[in-house]
Design a protein. Structure first.
Length: 291
């Protein structure tokens, strides 16, 4: 497709949704539901019938490895950028980690570009190489530890705000995950998987703002203190997970996952991620392990 055709194509996509989208049920009114109900081939034919040019066949998709961009990196123009881990996206002065004060000090003094990531972290970009020692000094003074010192389980965990911020939440998430994820990090260290990249996501309700359905392991709040444990996604977020165990009290989650981590360690194929191994092993076999 030529660049000058994109606006015309977008206009007809919207027009098809206007003409065939569900106007009676707002919960069912999105484009994805129209495509799910009628099929992608029907939708493509309907759009094509409205266009004066022929749609090209879709190109094959390829997924690059997911990178959280934490730590120091070359920017490509002679400058550097540094990704700073922010637990659950909450920029605050909590205990010994004064990320709010530290980031303000760095920005006020060195004026880097500030970018927020989809992993709830912060990138400071456009840093001159000569300023790197000063940035590292300010980070150390404010308890912002280097990413190399953060366990993989904690580094790859994410929670939504939930209680008390969100009116939809039925369970804790942002305030509950830090304690749970440190238990899981210790557990992974005990079974020899401390360096394994496993994504953990926790949401305080089924709306899933922290993307719990895309993680290797997802925790979806069902009521105060209980969560559906979701397994079978993948680290790159290209496959949805499914409910492995419903309504699990948060205190019982580490014991539920321990035998799975132990079997994963001994049965995994080379370079196989946890979610991919779960999908290959099958829920029924794994439920027998945790029964």
């Amino acid at each position: 497709m030529e660049p000058e055709q994109i606006v015309d194509l977008a206009r007809e996509v919207v027009a098809v949704q206007r003409d065939f989208g569900d106007r009676a049920n707002r919960r069912h009114a999105r484009l994805k539901y129209t495509i799910a109900d009628r099929g992608l081939d029907w939708f493509r034919d309907e759009v094509q019938a409205r266009l004066p040019f022929k749609l090209q066949p879709p190109e094959a998709l390829s997924w690059k490895p997911v990178d959280d961009h934490l730590g120091w990196h070359e920017q490509g123009d002679g400058s550097l950028y540094v990704g700073i881990y922010i637990e659950n996206g909450r920029i605050a002065d909590v205990d010994g980690v004064r990320s709010r004060t530290g980031l303000r000090k760095i920005v006020d003094e060195l004026r880097p570009q500030v970018r927020l990531t989809a992993q709830q972290n912060v990138i400071l970009a456009g840093i001159a190489p000569a300023d790197r020692p000063r940035v590292e000094q300010l980070m150390a003074e404010h308890g912002i530890i280097p990413v190399e010192a953060i366990p993989q389980a904690i580094r790859n965990a994410m929670a939504c705000p939930a209680i008390p911020t969100c009116g939809l939440a039925v369970a804790e998430a942002e305030r509950a995950l830090p304690g749970l994820i440190r238990q899981l990090a210790t557990l992974l260290d005990e079974v020899g998987l401390a360096d394994e990249r496993i994504s953990f996501r926790m949401s305080g309700c089924p709306n899933g703002c922290s993307r719990p359905y895309l993680g290797d392991v997802g925790f979806v709040g069902t009521t105060l203190g209980k969560y559906d444990v979701m397994l079978g996604g993948d680290f790159n977020g290209t496959r949805l997970n499914r409910v492995f165990a419903p309504n699990v009290p948060i205190a019982e989650i580490p014991a539920l996952l321990r035998p799975l981590f132990e079997r994963f360690r001994s049965e995994r194929a080379s370079e196989e991620g946890f979610g991919n191994w779960v999908e290959r092993a099958g829920f029924e076999a794994l439920r027998a392990v945790t029964a």
